[in-house]
Every structure is written in structure tokens, then in C-alpha cells.
Design a protein around this ligand. Structure first.
Ligand code: PMP
Length: 392
């Protein structure tokens, strides 16, 4: 089509090399098993860590909110779109995270963009782990601040970056709490020490740690006993919390500033009542049903050990995110297809989501999986891995 020849050529190239993908479509609700192409398969690709996407209490909270408040808010937060439940959720999240205040954004992605683009400028530097999420990378691109990237969780590399950037007005270290493609945990105690030594601020994106690590899933900061020692905590409401949205938790001054300068907050319509009330209920469930988190971790250990004893390389994963490292993109996608044929939905992750040569199958177990589900999934991995000579 006229004007799109370059895009077409790139897509044709992807088709030729076998990396063009159709979207996988679910024909059921999320859960330990989902329906794809009319067949029930084991779900190992969602971030629904605690099975909250269809929790009866969250669903009822959403239904009640629709009945009482309707389906939309009709405005951005700063004009006429702040409803009573937005503030209730923010108070709840601040208490949950042990911070003074919090602010909800439309998604985790826009939270990182909104925070980073607002709080640093041309006199400052952002010091970022090389494997940070795309929303952090894009958030940094939106600022005029300088950027320094350190090697993944490498504290020697971080210290060098801090030492080299002393001439900037403000240094902001930013890291994922749990890394979304590797399942590694940021070494926050060491980062906190280095930040104190070099007078830097710390921002942690706990998208994959909220609901997973720390007391009742409070996240990595709480997990390491560092409440009050990390300046900015970002979280998402779309993964373990089962709904949609993102938030930042921190000091009141930061939140007041973001209400005035956080661009997605200022210029995009607020969350509908149903979403917001379901998120409030998600926090209640985290506090009242800690057994979900225990089950998540039991499942995670069982599955990770199972993959390792089959001979798969799961790299340094320490959390329920377990990558099965393959390297080659086409082989990775072939493995994903074979797994699906064998009743397991585990997505192949390729460039640009991960670096070239680092293609992998990313698995995420949830608290909803039974031992039988996980054993069946391991058998499917064994069969597909042998057929493709990835394991022997
Ligand atoms: N940060 C990290 C580390 C993530 O993995 C994700 C989700 N892909 C996000 C932020 C964005 O969160 P959301 O999906 O809520 O926009």
C-alpha cells in the first residue's frame, strides 16, 4: 500500500525468517487452564500470579461500582475525573506500601513514563539497569536528563556510574524490583548503600514484585526490610492485582508534584469506577488471603526445579518468572508452537523484547496451578525439548 512499502518489506523479512507472529487469542477467562483454538491448555504466560482476575470479590466490587457510578468518569483526574474511590485506592496503596502517599496512573507503563519525565531535567542524570523495562527506557527518553546504563544487577558497574556522574545536580538510580524477562531480583540492600554513599535517589519498579514478594506482597522494598529507604516505588495493578493500572508510592511532596506535572495523569482520562473498586478489593484480598502468595512460591519452586532437572537452562531466575533460555529466535518460536500442540501455552519471547541471541520461553506459574497441571506442563516441555534436541 502507498506510503507503507518500508513497513511491508520489514514484515516480509520477518515472515521469511520465521519471526512474524499472530496474536494468540484466548476464548476463555484467565486461569490455570485457558481455551485457545477451541482447546483447553495450561496457561504459563499470564501475569495473573494470584488468580485475582476472576476473584469473586473483585468481580462483585466492579459490578457494584458500575451499578452505583456507571462505566466511565468523563474527564481527566485534574479537571472533573477524580471520584471518591480514586482517593480511597490511593490511601490504601500508600498504607500498603508504608509510604506517605500514592498516585494512580492509567497503567504501569504510563506511571514510569509520567514519573521519570516529570522529576528529572537537563541538570540531572538517570542511572538505569540495562535490563529495565521498556517503559523505564521510554520514560528516560522523554526527559532532558543525561542517561547512564549499568550492567544488569552489577554493583561494580553501578558504583562506577555513580562515581562518574557526581557533577550532575541530581542522580536518580532506577531499577526493576523483579526483572520481567529474567526473574532476577534487584540487589536493593546494596543499591541503598551505594545511593547513600553517592547521594542518589532510588526509584524501584515493582510491577512483578507487588503481590509476589514481601509481607502480603508489599514488594521488594519490604522484602529486604528497606521500608522508608527507597524514595520512589512504582507498582502495577494489572499483574498480581489482577485488574489494570499503575501507581507510584512515595513522599507527599512527590505526589503533589506529579499531580501538577505527571503528563499521563494530567492529560488522560481517569480509571472507570469498576476498575478502581476492583483494585481496592485486590489490596484487601492480598491482606486477607496470604495463602495465595505461599502457594505461588511452592508452585514456583516445584516448576523451576522440574525444568532444571530436565536439563533446561533457566538462568538466574529467583522468582515465579522462569525463563527457559534457548538463544535462537526461530528455535524458540518452534518450541512455543510444539508446547501449544502438547497442551501448554508458554510464549516465546524474542527481539525486541529481549536482546538478539537471548530468545527464550518465559514461563510464569500462578497460585492457581495444581501440582497435576505443573507435572503435565513439565512432561510437555520434556517431549517438545527432546523432539527439538534442546535437551537429551
Ligand atoms: N514495568 C514492568 C517491569 C513490567 O513488566 C510491565 C508490564 N509489562 C510494566 C512496567 C507495565 O505495566 P502495565 O502492564 O501495567 O502497563
Amino acid at each position: 500500500m502507498r506510503g507503507f512499502d518500508d513497513l511491508q518489506a520489514e514484515l516480509d523479512e520477518m515472515r521469511k525468517e520465521g519471526t512474524f507472529r499472530q496474536l494468540v487469542t484466548l476464548q476463555s477467562e484467565q486461569g490455570a487452564r485457558v481455551v485457545i483454538n477451541g482447546r483447553e491448555v495450561i496457561q504459563l504466560s499470564s501475569n495473573n500470579y494470584l488468580g485475582l482476575t476472576d476473584h469473586p470479590r473483585l468481580k462483585q466490587a466492579a459490578i457494584d461500582a458500575i451499578e452505583k457510578y456507571g462505566v466511565g468518569t468523563g474527564s481527566v483526574r485534574t479537571i472533573a475525573g477524580t471520584l471518591i474511590m480514586h482517593q480511597e485506592l490511593e490511601k490504601k496503596l500508600a498504607a500498603f506500601k508504608h509510604t506517605e502517599a500514592s498516585l494512580v496512573f492509567q497503567s504501569g507503563f504510563t506511571t514510569n513514563q509520567g514519573v521519570l519525565s516529570a522529576i528529572v531535567s537537563e541538570d540531572d542524570v538517570v542511572i538505569s539497569d540495562e535490563l529495565n523495562h521498556a517503559s523505564i527506557i521510554d520514560g528516560i527518553r522523554l526527559t532532558k536528563a543525561a542517561r547512564s546504563v549499568y550492567k544488569h544487577v552489577d554493583m561494580i558497574s553501578l558504583e562506577r556510574a555513580l562515581a562518574d556522574t557526581q557533577h550532575y545536580r541530581k542522580r536518580l538510580i532506577v531499577t526493576d524490583g523483579v526483572f520481567s524477562m529474567d526473574g532476577t531480583i534487584a540487589p536493593l540492600p546494596k543499591i541503598v548503600k551505594l545511593a547513600a554513599k553517592y547521594d542518589a535517589l532510588i526509584m524501584v519498579d515493582d510491577a512483578h514484585a507487588s503481590g509476589v514478594l514481601g509481607e502480603n506482597g508489599r514488594g521488594t522494598v519490604n522484602h529486604f526490610g528497606l521500608d522508608g529507604k527507597v524514595d520512589i516505588q512504582v507498582g502495577t495493578l494489572s499483574k498480581a492485582m489482577g485488574v489494570l493500572g499503575g501507581y507510584v508510592a512515595g513522599p507527599q511532596v512527590l505526589i503533589d508534584y506529579l499531580i501538577h506535572k505527571g503528563r499521563p495523569f494530567l492529560f488522560s482520562t481517569s480509571h472507570p469506577p469498576a476498575v478502581t473498586m476492583a483494585c481496592i478489593e485486590a489490596v484487601n484480598v492480598l491482606i486477607e488471603e496470604p495463602e495465595r502468595i505461599e502457594k505461588l512460591w511452592t508452585n514456583s519452586e516445584f516448576f523451576k526445579q522440574g525444568l532444571r532437572s530436565l536439563g533446561f537452562n533457566t538462568d538466574k531466575s529467583e522468582t515465579p518468572i522462569t525463563p527457559v533460555m534457548i538463544g535462537d529466535e526461530v528455535l524458540t518460536l518452534k518450541l512455543a508452537d510444539k508446547l501449544l500442540e502438547n497442551g501448554v501455552f508458554a510464549q516465546g519471547i524474542v527481539f525486541p523484547t529481549v536482546a538478539k541471541g537471548q530468545a527464550r520461553i518465559r514461563t510464569i506459574v500462578t497460585s492457581q496451578h495444581s501440582k497435576a497441571d505443573l507435572e503435565q506442563a513439565l512432561r510437555a516441555f520434556e517431549k517438545a525439548g527432546m523432539e527439538l534436541s534442546i535437551i537429551r
